[in-house]
Design a protein around this ligand. Structure first.
Ligand code: NAD
Length: 512
């Protein structure tokens, strides 16, 4: 099997004349479709395959294995053996942490390859991957590695007069199924992997079939840095086959899932009908942005547009419903138009691109359908509103107005570079503004732009959301718990609370 995980700059002289992109394409072409089970790459049981497209051209760039039930059975069995009999859960925390740091160093040494791979596979602007997903993923991995030495039980004191002693242990939950989406494939796999491994679990990863390539490269590196066989297993495949089989598997102790609310429901049902495995769900969003009249309009307009252009709007926490105080609505719109004028649409792998294509023709058509439906119901397009002609799955940055609260554009996650803008009355109370924001089945992220601290505190208290970002929030915090309320899911990723999901508590009562 040829499964290269090249080190940047280590290419043979024969290929020196090739650009890094050409070298990568050649490696992808040569890579055999395979799943990683028990430390080795092997064809999937059915030998079925899935082709992977470049979203900028629609051309096939790779072929991966289409694993299904039989492969999931083998992968779960390998993970169970590694958990029950292998060294991983028995290693001292510092040894596990050292291996996770070694993995981070190995990724960092190949940062150029990972950025190019992710950009080619998911379509994202390479600058946004290089400066966003990669450093965020590495920080998450290194920070989470620290929890390997800090997870601990507690010794609560018994009340006076009650002899004996109580304590509880925090033990790894066991075999973890990690099911990830295509919109941030590298970051999602790495975050979940780091969290589960820091808690001493063993894992079966099922990456998204639309963008599975960075997960395969990560699998190579896990082997290279010496993570024991069977601890990390990777089964590519379709959601309805490999994903379903993992969610239903009776020997999996937890499924950590990031993806759509619809699939999240089926994961929960599968958990309930199989072995009542624990489920952590990071699902969709339709995040509100509230801009008050005293806000910094230059900064807020730019941040709103940058966020919806990031990953071409295919970002779960993107603010897509903008509510602005009426007296500054026009001024904000002028600035938003200017920011959209500056977006450079193109293939993600081109350095000048600031917004790449959408992931697939199907996702793009779905966005066009939601817009068409909402226009028929009375919404108005201020700019964009349609696909860009030519090859690839490009979409125009779009602003809609006159949107009704019941329109599809207000209620459904569109996952495209589309903003709805609605003015609210200048004398609206914080409660009235929050009611607009909270009028959604989702509750993943909410953004507030205001200078008045009283307004900020009032909104933070009133918003139904797993996260509130005030005035841009500063730099990305990978140590802060991230997750949603309502139908955006439950459970949190990152930090102590994220790692603790992968543990069980065992209470001990010591009598005299
Ligand atoms: P998706 O739900 O279609 O797929 C996610 C993963 O689930 C994929 O690996 C897919 O193969 C698998 N899957 C599909 N059907 C399955 C089934 N029946 N059983 C088990 N697994 C199955 O989501 P997507 O389209 O890949 O990703 C986009 C969605 O992810 C959006 O809704 C977005 O908001 C969400 N998302 C959420 C977060 C968050 O942290 N809350 C982060 C990123 C993306």
């Amino acid at each position: 099997m040829t499964n290269p995980a090249t080190h940047d700059g280590a290419a043979a002289s024969r290929v020196d004349a090739e650009s890094p992109l050409q070298q990568l394409r050649r490696q992808l072409h040569r890579r055999d479709p395979a799943v990683l089970i028990d430390g080795g790459w092997r064809p999937c049981v059915s030998a079925d395959t899935i082709t992977v497209d470049d979203p900028a051209t629609g051309q096939v760039i790779a072929t991966v294995a289409a694993g299904a039930d039989a492969d999931i059975d083998l992968a779960v069995a390998a993970a169970r053996r590694a958990f029950r009999d292998g060294p991983w859960p028995r290693l001292p925390g510092w040894r596990r942490a050292a291996l996770l740091h070694a993995l981070a160093d190995a990724i960092e040494a190949r940062a150029g390859t990972f950025a190019l791979l992710e950009s080619l596979d998911a379509g994202h602007a390479i600058g946004s991957v290089r400066n966003g997903d990669l450093p965020l993923g590495l920080r998450a991995l290194r920070d989470t590695a620290g929890w390997a030495t800090k997870l601990a039980g507690e010794v609560p004191m018994r009340p006076a007069g009650q002899p004996g002693m109580d304590y509880f242990l925090r033990e790894p939950i066991g075999v973890a199924g990690l099911i990830t989406p295509w919109n941030a494939p590298f970051l999602m796999v790495l975050q979940k992997l780091a969290t589960a491994l820091a808690a001493s679990c063993t894992v079966v990863v099922k990456p998204a079939e639309l963008a599975p390539l960075s997960a395969l490269w990560l699998g190579d590196l896990c082997r290279q840095v010496g993570i024991p066989d069977g601890v990390v297993n990777i089964v590519t495949g379709r959601g309805a086959d490999a994903g379903r089989a993992l969610a239903e598997h009776p020997d999996v102790n937890i499924v950590s899932f990031t993806g759509s609310t619809a699939v999240g429901r089926s994961i929960m049902a599968a958990a309930a009908h199989s072995n009542l495995k624990r489920v952590v769900l990071e699902l969709g969003g339709k995040s509100p942005v509230m801009v008050f009249a005293d806000a910094d309009l230059d900064r807020s307009a730019k941040a709103i547009v940058d966020e919806i252009a990031f990953k071409c709007g295919q970002y779960c926490a993107a603010g897509s419903r903008v509510f602005v105080q009426r007296s500054v609505c026009d001024a904000l719109l002028v600035r938003m138009h200017a920011a959209m004028d500056g977006i450079r649409i193109g293939p993600g792998v081109e350095e000048t691109t600031t917004m790449g294509p959408m992931i697939s023709a199907g996702q793009r058509q779905r966005a066009a359908d939601i817009i068409g439906h909402s226009l028929a119901a009375g919404a108005r397009v201020l700019r964009g509103g349609q696909a860009r002609a030519g090859s690839g799955y490009f979409f125009e940055p779009t602003i809609l107005t006159d949107v009704g609260a019941d329109m599809r554009i207000s209620r459904e996650e569109i996952f495209a570079p589309v903003l709805n803008v609605t003015a609210f009355d200048d004398d609206a109370s914080p409660e009235a503004v929050a009611a607009l924001a909270n009028d959604s089945r989702y509750g993943l992220s909410a953004k507030v732009w205001a200078r008045d601290i009283g307004t900020v505190h009032a909104m933070v208290g009133l918003l139904e959301s797993g996260q509130v970002i005030v005035n841009g929030g500063g730099s990305g915090a990978v140590t802060l718990p991230f997750g949603g309320v309502k139908q955006s899911g439950y459970g949190r990723e990152n930090g102590q609370v994220g790692v603790e999901h992968f543990t069980e508590i065992k209470a001990v009562r010591l009598g005299c």
